[in-house]
Ligand binder design. Structure first.
Ligand SMILES: C[S@@+](CC[C@H](N)C(=O)[O-])C[C@H]1O[C@@H](n2cnc3c(N)ncnc32)[C@H](O)[C@@H]1O
Length: 234
């Protein structure tokens, strides 16, 4: 059995990523030969395990994945999941005290700055978190790299309906914000305005895939910012 199928055999019932989605992700990674992967939001580490398994089966590549420190208390947690599968060596885990946005800022400041082929974005589905998170991730994608957003249809209203107590900052949202799919809004508004191309909605409307323009990495530091502001404000 290869590593990919071993994830399903060992952790098939664990939340969240399901095997059919992992197969789709494997297709995307193989088609574009994506090796250096950034993941936002790992929870138990199931999607991380699938990504690591895909890389292991192909014999190359590495995953950096970010979640909150609270994720360490999950049972099983990402360390236990990866260790059980023998995939720990493919993954660097980052635990954020508050938010991935801070960890991404620190990564942007590193020299040399990490450059990823793909970001799988599956954490903090509000407009603020995903919108700002995407802008930060953009600095960390290589020219021609790919972004894959999970949960395009997610809304605060629907997520809150399944909770005993919703987070305080969700309660402050207007009726309009509560009803609007925020990840989809980022995909529709920010992604094309930052010049991304090859936009595809896949996985029955749940995932948005897009490609970063090929030239931004070679431009001086100021130009991408001008281009971003021009895209936002016309
Ligand atoms: C849907 S789960 C991820 C599931 C995982 N990708 C999978 O498919 O197995 C979303 C995760 O995002 C994390 N998250 C949400 N907002 C975050 C933030 N601002 N900073 C860090 N992690 C965050 C949550 O802690 C949660 O574990």
């Amino acid at each position: 059995m290869d590593n990919f199928d071993n994830v399903r055999t060992t952790f098939g019932d664990l939340d969240y990523m399901v095997h059919s989605e992992a197969s789709l992700l494997r297709d995307v990674m193989s088609r574009h030969d994506l090796q250096q992967i950034l993941e936002i939001g790992f929870y138990h580490g199931k999607s991380s395990a699938y990504i690591a398994a895909i890389l292991e089966d192909r014999g190359h590549g590495h995953l950096v994945t970010v979640d909150r420190t609270t994720a360490a208390r999950r049972d099983p947690n990402i360390h236990q999941v990866l260790a059980r599968l023998g995939l720990t060596h493919r993954v660097e885990t980052i635990f954020a005290e508050r938010s991935y946005t801070w960890e991404l800022a620190r990564m942007i400041q590193q020299s040399p700055r990490p450059q990823f082929d793909l970001c799988y974005f599956d954490g903090g589905h509000t407009w603020d978190a995903t919108g700002f998170g995407f802008v930060l991730v953009d600095f960390l994608l290589r020219p021609g790299g790919w972004i894959l957003f999970d949960d395009l249809p997610w809304t605060i209203g629907e997520a809150a309906s399944g909770m005993a107590k919703e987070p305080a900052h969700w309660r402050q949202a207007s009726a309009d914000e509560r009803a609007t799919p925020a990840v989809r809004m980022v995909f529709d508004i920010l992604v094309p305005r930052l010049g991304y191309t090859d936009l595809h909605i896949i996985n029955n409307g749940r995932w948005g895939l897009a490609r970063k323009p090929g030239d931004t990495g070679t431009l001086p530091a100021l130009k991408p910012r001008r281009r971003f502001l021009k895209g936002l404000f016309g």
